[in-house]
Write a protein of this length. Structure first.
Lengths: 609, 609
């Protein structure tokens, strides 16, 4: 019934042969793979300032040194990831690098951390996109959740349909956002130079003054929040095979360009926030406040900034829609996740991964009322754990392989790993009570689930191992025929059963004494030589007596195989099925729990006019 | 998984032999079968006065003559029903009487009308019971719906569990209610006689004065509303076989006593309402207002009145729980309703009827916010239609049989039929726009559904008619074996298939070119002489290629029978089922739509440790 609707929404199914990869240039690659990283500018400064704000205006000044530290960290991680790109030109996700070099558990920890963070990326990015809209149009504040769910719905739909020519779709919003923010910063610098933004407020705090008022914990908290600017940096090293040849060189160059753009934008936004005394509050984002202050009101330039911000945030959510299903399919291929994640849907997308991601992201958005700042305590914990594992894996790899220049390379990675490990530790400490504890609990739980799944697949494979010789089949075959009544269907079924073997036993569950007697009377004429057993059913249950009977048959001899034949009317229309008793379905479902019936067969009888 | 919970709630299953009927004396019979009728006193006067109130205080005076007319009508119907009791001592429900004497359609109209009214009786009675509670404790007004749903839940639970010794349970509340209302009226008469209730208000309206101010339509409306007092009168004639011998005589005597009590209570309550200028409003029922006025405040006598009122109203809802499932089972036995309504559950109750009634009553209570006065426009339309059909059926019966004294008897019934037909017509006219139109639409729809169901059962019976001789079975047997992979399960299944017949065809859906080739290479060793066909699946669908293949097999020859064998892993735990692809279930469900495969068999392979 749903099929025409599905066709309309998703289009015709695509043949497997249509699967081909679009190759990315450096220009399109930056657009496709950096929206997640660059869009962090839309919320990282907010998150940092929000942590500082409770300590008063003075504390805000601390944002400047923090932003510098974060930018330096970003550059460090970037150069560490360049090593990974050259070492894993086929795409070095944290799961693969950690599993290869540090072992399965490390790989699974990285994978779980990433899966959790992909879900959070969708929720945070879409919520931040909604915040950009609400900043420009405050009257929409009441519709945050519906807007966020609608965005997720559109992204999921696009991904289920399979996005073609993705490069071109992505290029426009990403570059438009870079241009918008660049313009904002340029105009800001120019107007500040021309003295048009008024003298710097007398109270404008310096870091030293701030230091007096606030404690180290607050600083660490703000640092951890600001580090969300670094989320998404790993996307390019995951996507290397999508680049034109030479893939690794192109990817590495794109990564460096992206990191420089990101660092510039984040520093610019953070510095102007301090300069203009922008404090984040629930109704307007920092970027929107800066836009109004620098562009001078809600004019077209400001609106362009808000529109491009929303667009790149939605695109950032979209990158999780590429990464989550792909990682789930890799885990499934390796036997750690349900095999269904490897199935490609009608349009060649990993539909099951897309569906699961959508469900969880929608749940998060509803739970957190589509407010990205509330999600920040959970966010990026997983990212920094996977960064750390990936880079530690690179160190281990270099030490093992000892290729020329390995000391220098592994040094780079070691610095990266140490930095991100420190950030991870700060994250967990600073935000533990606010919500990071959830992630700290979820990651080992996730690893345990992946290991349990792997164990089941291993045991199944062992149970299904081929024997040495083709099996000869069982010595004896018992065919049990369920006879609810005497009619044309049952008569045909008995004739069929007689063909299957010699030991055919008809069984009737006696619910109605009169009917059972009538059946016994007529059986010699219609039973084709089979015996008929009438089972007592004092409690009017159809299924119980049959199961008890089968247990008795089972005990008769070993090395036998039992086939049970169940008559089944096949009505012409769906509603007609409601008019017939469901005992056959009940029986089938109960038989699943018993191990002694090997073949459960429905003898089907179509009802025609 | 649900089974232990079910046992706890419902108790152990009862054997069919435990089904026996408790015989009722006149005293217990009155208690068991009259709660529905007597409880009408709790809302009928309210409904009547509510229709008059908008025309002003003067109009209220009209309640007295209306109450007298309704009481007279009640006595007429009672004597008409005495005829039915003697004519149908095995229980003469309106469906049976109308079907026997006026034809199937008339019977089904009566049945539909009754089924609808049984649902409404539950909703109205439980809502009125909640109103009695809220009248005594106004702070509970916000919890109307939860209280009503809880009452319905308890009644449904009791009926699913099977109520034993029902006579004793029922006797207490019914007689307590009679005593409470009797006391109310007696104290009222005594205090009025002693002049303790003050002189009758100067403005106390007389019927003549009222007539000036109000139109005929309003009077008819009030009359129709007041006639809800007569609902439930038919219960005794439905329940004759439950009485002690001589059943009919005992039932007839009980009916007359009940009618007299009901008429007295209804007249008393209505007259005192006029005398004390009681106008119904949303927060307090008429009976509660009378109780406070006559007993002099919220004292124990008043509280007893409210408690017994609630109790008898809940019991009244309970009578629908006996009548609805029984009527549904009779309709199902006659082939007009789904056969599931004839099944007795673990505790010998008609569980499916109980479940359906509960669902619909809860929906009504939620929809109408548990306010019985809002439900009144829908209520009793069906009752009076079924009264009319039942008595018209008795007239037709007498005229056909012409037994001694038939003129006198049928005259009685004719007067009854004419009266109730008039009431029915007034109902539809006066309350059409307020909601009666829903019932006027639902009744023909219901009849159409019952006839459609009957047609399906007739066609099914014809399709299943036994042939003249036992069938010989098909000439040719094709066994199609689905081979998703080569493993121990598949090898055993092929060995089994070889036993079933000679024409065994293994089929593999090629989703992965490498795996398909490996399978083809190994098949000569493991296929036991069967052929292997690899089906192309460009769109990665498992089901479509199999269905297309089966169509080709179907076209090969006529007079053949196709068995399809599907391998099925049977995991040890429920969650393990999630880890395996569901193509076998998809295939089975799609096969239902195709008519050419006769036997669909699962070859099951239990996974052990």
């Amino acid at each position: 019934m749903l099929s025409p609707l599905k066709r309309l929404l998703l289009g015709r199914p695509l043949p497997t042969s249509a699967a081909r990869r679009e190759r990315l240039t450096r220009v399109t690659g930056l657009a496709v793979l950096s929206s997640d990283a660059l869009s962090s500018v839309a919320y990282a400064t907010d998150a940092m300032l929000e942590a500082l704000a409770p300590a008063g205006l003075l504390a805000i000044g601390f944002a400047r040194p923090l932003a510098l530290v974060i930018a330096a960290l970003l550059i460090t991680v970037t150069f560490s990831y360049r090593q990974t790109i050259h070492a894993y030109p086929q795409g070095g996700g944290a799961y693969i690098v950690a599993k290869d070099n540090l072992g399965t558990i490390a790989g699974l920890v990285a994978a779980t951390a990433l899966l959790i963070d992909y879900v959070l990326t969708v929720a945070v990015s879409v919520s931040a996109g909604v915040s950009a809209i609400v900043s420009a149009a405050p009257s929409l504040d009441g519709a945050r959740v519906p807007m966020a769910v609608a965005f997720i719905g559109v992204i999921a739909w696009g991904n289920l349909r399979g996005i073609r020519q993705s490069g071109r779709i992505f290029a426009a919003p990403t570059y438009a956002f870079i241009v918008s923010v660049g313009l904002l910063l340029a105009v800001g610098v120019w107007r500040a130079g021309a003295g048009q933004m008024g003298p710097q407020a007398a109270s404008a705090p310096s870091a030293d003054a701030a230091m007096v008022g606030i404690g180290a914990f607050l600083v660490l908290h703000a640092f951890a929040n600001g580090c969300t600017a670094m989320t998404g940096v790993e996307a390019i090293s995951n996507g290397i095979p999508a680049f034109e040849k030479p893939e690794a060189d192109n990817a590495a160059a794109t990564l460096v360009v992206m990191a420089l753009i990101l660092a510039t934008m984040f520093l610019g936004v953070s510095f102007f926030s301090v300069r203009l005394n922008v404090v984040p509050h629930g109704h307007e984002t920092v970027l929107s406040q800066l836009g109004r202050a620098i562009f001078g009101g809600r004019n077209p330039l400001y609106l362009a900034l808000q529109v491009t911000t929303t667009a790149i945030l939605v695109l950032a959510a979209n990158t999780s829609y590429a990464d989550f299903p792909r990682l789930a399919s890799i885990l499934a291929r390796d036997g750690f996740a349900p095999v269904q994640f490897t199935h490609r849907g009608d349009r060649l997308a990993f539909s099951n991964g897309i569906g699961l991601l959508t469900l969880m992201a929608v749940a998060l958005v509803i739970l957190f009322n589509a407010r990205e700042l509330r999600l920040i305590p959970l966010y990026a914990v997983g990212v920094f754990l996977s960064f750390t594992l990936s880079q530690a894996g690179m160190v281990a790899r270099a030490r093992r392989r000892r290729e020329p220049g390995w000391q220098w390379r592994s040094g780079m990675n070691a610095v990266g790993a140490a930095s991100t490990a420190t950030v991870f530790a700060i994250f967990v400490m600073a935000k533990f009570r606010e919500g990071a504890w959830v992630i700290v609990l979820l990651i080992p739980m996730g690893v345990w689930i992946l290991l349990t799944i792997a164990r089941h697949y291993r045991l199944t494979a062992r149970a299904l191992q081929l024997p040495e010789h083709p099996p000869a089949g069982p010595r004896h075959h018992v065919i049990v025929v369920i006879v609810p009544d005497l009619n044309r269907l049952v008569a045909s079924m008995v004739a069929y059963a007689r063909r299957l073997g010699d030991d055919v036993r008809a069984v009737h569950v006696g619910m109605d004494a009169g009917r059972a007697r009538a059946l016994q009377d007529k059986w010699p004429q219609w039973g084709q030589g089979t015996s008929l057993t009438v089972l007592e059913s004092p409690h009017r249950s159809f299924v119980e007596p049959v199961l008890t009977y089968l247990e008795r048959v089972e005990e008769e001899r070993s090395q036998q195989l039992i086939t049970i034949l169940i008559p089944e009317l096949r009505p012409r229309r769906w509603w007609q099925a409601i008019l017939h008793s469901r005992w056959s379905e009940q029986l089938r479902s109960e038989l699943k729990g018993r191990t002694h019936v090997t073949v459960v067969a429905s003898f089907e009888w179509p009802l025609r006019r």
